[in-house]
Ligand binder design. Structure first.
Ligand SMILES: Nc1nc2c(c(=O)[nH]1)N[C@H]1C(S)=C(S)[C@@H](COP(=O)(O)O)O[C@H]1N2
Ligand SMILES: [Mo]
Length: 334
């Protein structure tokens, strides 16, 4: 199959709307079941799905599970009491398996089933370089992160909104990005923050499609990156991150479309100019640098007025800044 036919920026709107997905006969049967939720319905009716239905919980977990060399016992398993009470979903928490089975991670696959392709990925050991326009550049391995005196570990219940209109509510574990940036002491000329994902085509099969501008990169203004909401996560649902959700360490920016929340990072760089980013390089008309959630600005090929929750398929009206205007509205004067 020609994967180009499956790029999200090529898909007509009907493929982004779950109601219409079944009309596309090109979709693989399993993806059809996953995308429509029909497998859940069949399970509810007590039908057997052997051979054609959803993957079992064990299959998904063993594919994405991470065996860590370091044992951050103080942090995992993260307890509910560690959740920062400031952040509430205002909706039902998503089911863990739904978020493990359905996600975007282009290094592994152009479909939502990246968990099937993460087998060779080695997220341990891992190092992240924090560098650029700062007086104290540093390179940290995962133990260094867990032991760093300047980082306050907590869990946060955040809403997530993909530009493709799917959404979820999940608990991340990690620390505020601003505390990490503070630790490297940015110089006065630092204005932007660039993020870079690993570049290991032997471990991530879709990276062999060299037409994409790998490695995946993203960027923020320094003001955005030092906002309280910008988070660095190493865990999800109280456990270390599954591979397909960005093991071992990723960024989470709940007021922006999901593509800004870059996974499996190896470098954070302070710069004085806006860094080029993966999706913006591919199609600047459809994926802008700022990418704040906004129901008033349609994607060129579909409306952004509503969103649907993974699992339940419940539909909600999209809210500006994904409902986080009290935190970040001031960053964007009208
Ligand atoms: N490195 C990398 N990061 C990425 C992506 C990707 O393809 N590669 N996809 C993005 C998109 S489009 C979304 S919606 C979120 C989804 O990740 P999650 O479901 O684990 O939050 O990851 C983002 N981060
Ligand atoms: Mo996304």
């Amino acid at each position: 199959m020609n994967f180009f036919a499956r790029r999200p920026w090529d898909l007509p709107q009907r493929q982004h709307t779950p109601e219409a997905v079944y009309a596309d006969r090109k979709l693989h049967r399993r993806e059809f079941l996953e995308t429509t939720g029909i497998s859940g319905l069949a399970a509810g009716l007590g039908l057997s799905l052997a051979g054609c239905g959803r993957a079992s919980k064990e299959e998904v977990q063993s594919a994405g599970g991470v065996q860590t060399v370091s044992k951050p016992d103080k942090i995992y398993p993260a307890q509910r009491e560690n959740r920062n009470p400031k952040f509430e979903y205002g909706r039902t928490e998503s089911v863990e398996q739904d978020t493990a089975e359905f996600t975007n991670f282009y290094e592994f696959a152009a479909s939502k089933s990246s968990w099937r392709y993460v087998g060779k990925f080695q997220p341990d050991p891992w190092k992240v370089e924090i560098t650029g326009l700062c007086s104290k550049p540093m390179t940290l391995d995962m133990d260094d992160f867990y032991q760093h005196p300047g980082l306050k570990w907590e869990s946060r219940d955040y809403r997530h909104r993909c530009v493709e209109t799917w959404a979820m509510c999940v608990p991340w574990t990690g620390f505020a990005l601003r505390d990490l940036i503070r630790a490297v002491e940015p110089t006065a000329s630092a204005k932007y923050v660039k993020f870079v994902t690993f570049d290991k085509p032997h471990e991530a099969p879709h990276m062999e499609a060299r037409t994409f501008p790998w490695p995946y990169t993203e960027g923020l203004t320094l003001a955005e990156a030092t906002n309280e909401l910008a988070f660095v996560a190493t865990g999800l649902y109280g456990h270390p991150l599954p591979k397909q959700n960005g093991a071992p360490i990723r960024i989470v920016l709940p007021w922006k479309y999901g593509f800004k929340s870059i996974k499996s990072i190896v470098r954070i760089e302070l710069t004085d100019t806006a860094p080029p980013t993966f999706w913006n390089t591919i199609n600047s008309a459809e994926y802008d640098f700022e990418a704040n959630v906004n129901p008033e600005v349609p994607h060129p090929r579909w409306s952004q007025r509503t969103e649907w929750m993974l699992g339940s398929r419940e539909v909600f009206n999209t809210v500006r800044y994904n409902g986080y205007g009290d935190w970040v509205g001031k960053l964007y004067p009208a």
